[in-house]
Ligand binder design. Structure first.
Ligand code: CA
Length: 372
């Protein structure tokens, strides 16, 4: 048996090393039970998207296959889509919290409004004029973000991992051009979360519409504009057929970090080697999803550039500058919602400022000079 244990430990260590992972947690240090090689686990992971959703579902299915392969099938995770067994996003959160399922793949900002303390949850996905994917990952892994996230979610019996980042999302699709802030007056736009709240402050009517209904709403003029994700997913929705203006710089979601949340009792009940495998495979899935978004968005954008009559451009500078103070006001209100929200806000903003100082003189001038 010792040899088997050593082999399993070696295997887990090798997997963790090979996947370049282990940056997020130190599962073995968390007081996990001793290695129990005979015990088998069957988990269910519900996603925030349908079972066949391109890219996103591919990444999570791949994660589940890796966990099974690395654990010799001792931990098998069935991946299901939204509404397959658990109806809706709110119910998904409750199902993991209560342990009806062990795991979900979603995004922290979906839980905003579920309880007072979760008002700060969007900081763990993306906030308007917040950090890009690189800064977000750095804050979580090396700036104290993960510890604050663990603390926020522990109160709900959950253990979170970052798992995929969309990068800077696309600004959105509009039927009419946006030249200044006044053009948002009365505009009906599908834009959830903090981005929508910022637009409401300049007179827009933001709303959230399920993915499958956005195209028809935009086509019929029930809404005037929508944001979605980025060129790859936007193109699949065919928004370019019903809107002529594509604004490219998604100030509202500058690097949306998706999450893998695990019921904490289920997580604490895993042997140390399986915890290491889950953490390593989650980190690998995080990297895989992020790189897929980068590659597929740029490929899809090349195709969108060929669409006749489609006007592609960043938002006018005066629009971006005009929205910024409203975003700052909103984040300040969230900061004041609870002591933990203040700590999360202050940590995030301090990290963004420090990251931004170097970014501003290092990456930004380079990107401006970059001959693309
Ligand atoms: Ca979005």
């Amino acid at each position: 048996p010792e040899a088997v244990v050593a082999l399993v430990e070696d295997r887990a260590a090798a997997v963790a090393g090979a996947l370049g992972a282990c940056g997020q947690t130190s599962p073995a240090a968390a007081g996990a039970p001793a290695l129990q090689t005979g015990q088998r686990f069957r988990w269910t992971c519900s996603m925030a998207v349908p079972r066949t959703f391109p890219l996103w579902a591919e990444g999570i299915s791949r994660f589940a296959k890796h966990v099974a392969a690395c654990s010799g099938d001792r931990l098998q995770i069935e991946v299901i889509g939204i509404n397959d067994k658990i109806k809706g996003l709110g119910e998904t959160f409750e199902a993991v919290k209560q342990g009806r399922i062990e795991m979900a793949h979603a995004a922290a900002y979906y839980w905003y409004g579920k309880s007072d303390d979760l008002q700060a949850a969007p900081f763990f996905t993306s906030v308007p004029f917040g950090m890009d994917a690189r800064g977000m990952s750095a804050w979580l892994a090396a700036g104290g973000g993960q510890e604050l996230w663990d603390e926020l979610y522990a109160a709900h019996g959950l253990k979170p991992f970052p798992c995929g980042n969309t990068g800077v999302q696309a600004g959105g699709w509009f039927r009419q051009p946006i030249n200044n802030l006044a053009d948002f007056q009365g505009l009906k736009m599908r834009i959830p979360g903090f981005g929508g709240q910022v637009l409401a402050r300049v007179g827009a009517n933001p709303e959230n519409i399920p993915a499958g209904d956005i195209f028809l709403a935009l086509q019929t003029g029930r809404i005037d504009a929508t944001e979605w994700v980025g060129p790859f997913h936007d193109q699949l929705q065919k928004f370019h057929q019903v809107a002529s203006y594509y604004y490219t710089d998604g100030w509202h979601e500058p690097g949306s970090c998706l999450e893998l949340t695990i019921n904490k009792a289920a997580w604490d009940g895993l042997p140390a080697d399986l915890q290491a495998i889950v953490a390593a495979c989650a980190a690998e899935a995080d990297a895989w999803l992020t790189t897929q978004w980068t590659a597929r968005d740029s490929a899809a954008f090349k195709e969108l550039q060929q669409v006749p009559e489609l006007q592609i451009q960043p938002y006018p500078a005066e629009v971006i500058e005009g929205l910024k103070p409203h975003a700052a006001d909103l984040l300040a209100e969230v900061r004041d919602s609870s002591p933990l929200a203040k700590r999360i806000h202050d940590s995030y903003r301090a990290f963004q400022k420090q990251y931004g100082e170097w970014f501003g003189l290092n990456s930004l001038p380079y990107y401006r000079a970059w001959d693309v």
